[in-house]
Design a protein around this ligand. Structure first.
Ligand code: PMP
Length: 445
């Protein structure tokens, strides 16, 4: 099928790998399975299909009301009813779906400008710019911040969108060991001493890129220490808060809120609306000079469709609720934040008590559980789905081959009964697949 035909290499050949075909082709449960309805605390997945890796799906029925531990819906704002949904509907009737224009032409609606101001206030920056896609926020804006002669220093586990942006920028890219501030300092020292390749001139600028919460690890970045380095080495700091904004910190303001750090110590605060806000798109916030620069120069502002009005309505109404500025639902945002923190700790602790090996910081809404043996990866997701629990399993190339894992996403919309049910089912699966460590087991810690 993939052999050269008529002298042409098949167009898909670059995406083919034995591993992807053999492993992901077998994970037939939550992967590539269309859902119906809202992906909230529960979700409906279409049942059984036959799938050849390169062919289309065939569906035979529907599987209802599965507990959803698979999608990012940290604060439970992914919904089709309630105050946000009303605002979205109203906005769609007034503003339609598309501007048919970029932000820099006639795509900047009043709601867009107002929501950008709100985002800036929310994250504690002078100004913000909104982009209609989270991935593009990184991929298309980093090239406006660094170019040839600049140096980007990137955490080795940074998200693909950050890697894409760094590569597109033309800057030199050096990588440091994941969340290891000592190694970051080593790379900084070495890079500064060597300067640019061949000419050894000083770098035009140095941009250090990290994430607030690493979604495959459930791990917070070591922000206070990185900020300490920033003061000493005078680099610019870019923090991707896709998973931490709206999810971490007492007031949900992200990783700076979590550590009690002044957000102005971070030069570029990036985040997405796809996780905590139940919407789509992303933002970059920072100084007014930075945002003015991006408005005029960034590829996403100049060449891509501006954010849709109904999506902006979802972003602004959910953000207003988190900020406690929605008078009718003044306490609801804080309640959701508290519930998320409670649920995340309860679930992670529950897994630990059962003897599983989990990763991540306490309070992380993403809880990875290690499966180790690649053969257990499809088995785990299949067993979960058989018990009406939707999960996402991840393995190579997203993780090293022997640390494949299941990544549970916890939401404020999960009830205590939901979490207890999930823990009970996962415990049984753990026995079945021999995933638990017991006291006295070597390396259980
Ligand atoms: N940055 C990070 C760290 C992410 O995890 C993701 C996606 N999960 C993105 C950016 C891209 O965001 P989106 O899915 O909203 O396009």
């Amino acid at each position: 099928q993939l052999r050269v035909q008529n002298g042409y290499a098949p167009i898909v050949s670059d995406f083919e790998s034995l591993w992807v075909r053999r492993l992901y082709g077998r994970i037939r449960d939550c992967f590539n399975r269309p859902i119906t309805g809202v992906a909230g605390g529960r979700v409906s997945l279409l049942e059984r299909y036959s799938m050849d890796f390169n062919r289309s799906f065939q569906f035979t029925g529907r599987l209802n009301n599965v507990l959803n531990l698979a999608s990012y819906n940290y604060l439970g704002f992914a919904q089709s009813e309630g105050p946000c949904a009303d605002k979205v509907e109203e906005a769609m009737r007034e503003g339609g779906i598309t501007q048919g224009s970029t932000r820099s032409e006639v795509g900047c609606t009043r709601l867009l400008a107002d929501t950008e101001d709100m985002v800036a206030r929310f994250v504690g920056a002078e100004a913000a710019i909104i982009v209609s896609m989270g991935y593009a926020t990184n991929a298309l804006n980093i090239p406006t911040l660094a170019s040839k002669g600049s140096l980007i220093i990137s955490d080795e586990l940074n998200h693909s969108s950050l890697v894409a942006g760094a590569r597109l920028s033309g800057a030199a890219i050096h990588v440091f060991r994941h969340n290891n501030v000592r190694d970051l300092e080593k790379v900084l020292r070495r890079s500064i001493a060597q300067g640019q390749p061949r000419t050894h001139r000083p770098w035009k600028k140095i941009l250090v890129i990290v994430e607030g919460l690493y979604s495959m690890e459930g791990e917070f970045c070591n922000l206070p220490e990185i900020i300490e380095l920033r003061r000493r080495y005078k680099f610019h700091l870019f923090v991707d808060e896709a998973h931490s904004i709206g999810a971490l910190g007492k007031r949900g303001r992200g990783i700076c809120d979590h550590f009690g750090v002044d957000p102005r110590e971070v030069d570029v605060l990036m985040g997405t609306f796809t996780k905590s806000f139940g919407a789509t798109g992303g933002y970059i916030a920072g100084s007014r000079a930075l945002i003015d620069h991006l408005r005029v120069n960034s590829l996403s502002a100049v060449y891509a469709e501006a954010m849709s009005v109904p999506v902006l309505a979802q972003v602004s109404s959910s953000m207003r609720m988190i900020m406690g500025e929605d008078r009718e639902h003044a306490l609801e945002g804080q309640q959701r934040l508290d519930q998320l923190a409670l649920n995340s700790r309860y679930f992670a602790q529950g897994l630990k008590n059962l003897g599983f090996m989990t990763l991540g910081n306490p309070g992380s809404p993403v809880v990875p559980l290690l499966l180790f043996n690649p053969a257990k990866i499809p088995a785990f997701s299949r067993e979960c789905l058989r018990r009406n629990v939707a999960v996402v399993v991840v393995s190579y190339p997203a993780t090293p081959i022997i640390t494949g894992r299941v990544r549970f996403c916890i939401s404020a919309s999960h009830t205590r009964e939901d979490l207890d049910y999930a823990l009970e089912q996962i415990s049984e699966i753990g026995d079945l697949l021999m995933l638990k460590f017991h006291k006295g087991d070597v390396s259980a810690g």
